[in-house]
Structure formats: structure tokens, C-alpha cells
Ligand binder design. Structure first.
Ligand SMILES: *Cc1c(COP(=O)(O)O)cnc(C)c1O
Length: 390
């Protein structure tokens, strides 16, 4: 093995690079989670989280990966046999739906099939809602940014369709790979539960996840009959009033969260979103310059946080990733589910500057060439042009 020098390039779409101030914050001694110092931290955090979600309502924090917050969104709002509408946007939408089925929700009737190259289809939703005159669909689940495909769904259009149909279903949105990277507004877009995680746009290690909760979702939680204990919002919201939690919170990750929120606030959320869009545009310029195809097919739906690159027929994406890891010490995302071997994913979210992206794309270009993939050498130059002029 070649001796490694410099920093590893962790360019997967989560976990992302953790900024040094966040790592230092996490390294502080663990305190009493029932003491006054920690209660003050909890209060500061709950106040600082709202703006990132675009909400003035409650945000529940869990010591869990994003999958836990998926479960929390479902078990707090729904009852056995409830019909849940979901869209086949990719691997993560499929996993969330599978979870809903395992919890005893009805996920077959209202499943909108897709090709893994488009986001949730507002027109298809309009048709399904028009058929549901009895309002039997209780929730609509959307993955805002489908991390397996690099496609961002148009949540405001989904909301508009629900409103135009006058349909009361709850809107549950997974923002695990978009919060803090791609424009998102829980209140303004009328989302009922927003699901988020720590290890992507929020630049923390894995281990925290979140539910932002609307008044309507809170009201639904009082009638929800799915079994829950750990995920139950009620006791968490009650304990949070005292700055505490009903069980031991992930103390040190919460130190890191305060630092990460400060970093986002200092750059300004608008600037954070613009930076991600610019980096995504530069990455697409590179892909097209190489003569390869971006997986996302709709210009309105390109992800700001990652780009999935489709391999030419007969070339294995995992071979390219292996060469890049071994030669250049860079990790890229693998194709998931039905995309295994057919795409690789370039993560460009979180703590990232222009030259980190330029270095990333240099490594990808060299890796493609070394793997014998027929690419033009124009990709990197096209990306640098976007970075220089953008
Ligand atoms: C990463 C991710 C998940 C899974 O989160 P875990 O933290 O791995 O449990 C779910 N949905 C999306 C969109 C993701 O990007």
C-alpha cells in the first residue's frame, strides 16, 4: 500500500467532513446531562435549530441515526393500517416505505412508481388525491434530496397539490441529505414532519437525528395508535421545557451541534445554499466535459449536495472508486440498490471549499482515465471555469 500523506478526501454524500472546531467541541469533557450547564446548552440548541429548519415550532432531537427519525415521524403521527402514499425516487424512499410497511402501515395502494432519475411527481400526486375522495390517505412521504440518485424533489409543488386538492394528509419530508445544504423551509412549505440527521449537511459525525413538528402533526400525535416509547415526542417535548431529555442524550455530539450551527450561521444559510449550487454546477460541468451522463434527468431537480454519475455500458463504477481510493486516498459514494456498479456518487456537501472540490474532480478524472473509461480530458477545465467565474 502507498504511504498516505495529506488529508483523506471523504467525498461521499454523508458522513461528510467534520470541521475542526466541531471536532474540538466534541472533545470537551462530558458533563452531567441533568445539571444546569447542560440544561442551558439544550435551551440554546433548541432555539438555534429552528432557523436551520425554517420553523418556529418544536424540533425533537434523538440520539440516533437518521433511520430512527424516519421511524419517529411515522409512529408519532399514524395508526395501524393507515394508508401512506410514497414515491419511488430511489433507494432511500424505498427503505422508508419498507419501514412503514414493517410498522403495519398500508404502503401498496398508494405507491407511485418511478425510474430513479426523477423526483416525486406532483402530477401523479394530484391524480392519486383526486381518486381519494374519502381522504383515506393519511400521510404523503417525500425524500427531499434522494441521496442514491442526486435528485431533489420539488416540495413546494407537492404542498401546492395537497392544498389544491384540499386534502388533509400529513406531509412527511426526509431532509437527511439536504438540511443545511439545499434551500428548505419547514413552516413556509407547510411540511408536517421534517426528518433530518447530523452527518450530512450539518457536518457532524453520525449519531443525532431530528424531527421538526408542525401544529397539525402534534395534534395528530395525540390520536396516533402505533406503539412507541423511545420515539414518543411527548416525553421529549415535556423534558425539553426543563432543558433535559427523558433518557441520556448524546452529550458530546450536542456540543458539536452548537458549533456546527454557529458555522452555518456565520456563513449565512443563503450563502451556504448558493455555495452548494455552485459546486453542483461545477461538478455537472465536469461530468459533461468528460462526456459522461448525470443520472438526474430534470434540470429543475439537480441536487446541490451530490451528483450521481452514470457509467458507460460495460464499465464498473466500483472499479473506478477502488482505483481512486487506492491511488488518491479519496472515498466516493457507491451506487445503491439497483444502481450498484452503474453509478458512483460525488458528495459535495458540508464543509467544502472551491479547491477541495477542484481536488475531488481531479481525482475523479484521473481515476476514470486509469480505469480505462473512455472520457475526454475536458471535464476538469470545465469545472474550474465554473468555479473561476461563478
Ligand atoms: C443517509 C440517509 C438516510 C439514512 O440515514 P442514517 O443516518 O444512515 O440512518 C435516509 N435518508 C436519506 C435521504 C439519507 O441521505
Amino acid at each position: 500500500m502507498t504511504p498516505r500523506t495529506g488529508r483523506h478526501f471523504l467525498q461521499i454524500p454523508g458522513p461528510t467532513n467534520v470541521p475542526d472546531p466541531v471536532l474540538r467541541a466534541i472533545a470537551a469533557p462530558t458533563v452531567d446531562h441533568r445539571g444546569p450547564e447542560f440544561a442551558a446548552l439544550t435551551r440554546r440548541l433548541l432555539a438555534a435549530l429552528g432557523p436551520v429548519f425554517g420553523t418556529s415550532g418544536p424540533v425533537v432531537i434523538y440520539p440516533a441515526s437518521g433511520t430512527g427519525a424516519w421511524e419517529a415521524a411515522l409512529v408519532n403521527t399514524l395508526s395501524p393500517g393507515d394508508r401512506v402514499l410514497s414515491f419511488e425516487t430511489g433507494h432511500f424512499s424505498a427503505l422508508w416505505r419498507e419501514m412503514a410497511g414493517a410498522l403495519g402501515l398500508e404502503t401498496e395502494t398508494d405507491f407511485v412508481a418511478g425510474d430513479w432519475r426523477h423526483g416525486a411527481d406532483p402530477d401523479a400526486l394530484a391524480e392519486r388525491l383526486a381518486d381519494d375522495t374519502g381522504h383515506e390517505i393519511k400521510a404523503v412521504c417525500v425524500v427531499h434530496n434522494e441521496t442514491s440518485t442526486g435528485v431533489t424533489s420539488r416540495v413546494p409543488e407537492i404542498r401546492r397539490v395537497l392544498d389544491e386538492a384540499g386534502h388533509p394528509a400529513l406531509l412527511l419530508v426526509d431532509t437527511i441529505s439536504s438540511l443545511g445544504s439545499i434551500d428548505y423551509r419547514h413552516d413556509e412549505w407547510g411540511v408536517d414532519v421534517t426528518v433530518a440527521g447530523s452527518q450530512k449537511g450539518l457536518m457532524l459525525p453520525p449519531g443525532l437525528s431530528f424531527n421538526a413538528v408542525s401544529d397539525k402533526a402534534l395534534a395528530a400525535s395525540r390520536n396516533s395508535r402505533l406503539p412507541k416509547l423511545f420515539w414518543d415526542w411527548g416525553p421529549v417535548l415535556e423534558a425539553n421545557k426543563q432543558g433535559s431529555f427523558p433518557y441520556t442524550p448524546a452529550t458530546n455530539l450536542l456540543y458539536g451541534l452548537e458549533e456546527a450551527l454557529l458555522i452555518l450561521q456565520q456563513e449565512g444559510l443563503e450563502n451556504v445554499f448558493a455555495r452548494h449550487q455552485r459546486h453542483a454546477a461545477a461538478t455537472r460541468a465536469a461530468v459533461r466535459g468528460w462526456g459522461l451522463e448525470v443520472l438526474c434527468r430534470d434540470e429543475r431537480e439537480h441536487s446541490g449536495s451530490l451528483t450521481a454519475v452514470l457509467m458507460p455500458e460495460g464499465h464498473d463504477a466500483d472499479k473506478v472508486r477502488k482505483i481512486i481510493l487506492e491511488r488518491f486516498d479519496m472515498s466516493l459514494g457507491a451506487g445503491l440498490g439497483r444502481l450498484a456498479g452503474r453509478v458512483f456518487r460525488i458528495g459535495h456537501l458540508g464543509q467544502l471549499g472551491d479547491l477541495t472540490l477542484a481536488g475531488t474532480l481531479s481525482g475523479v478524472q484521473m481515476g476514470l482515465e486509469l480505469a480505462g473509461v473512455p472520457v475526454r480530458p475536458d471535464g476538469l477545465g470545465a469545472a474550474l471555469e465554473v468555479l473561476r467565474t461563478g
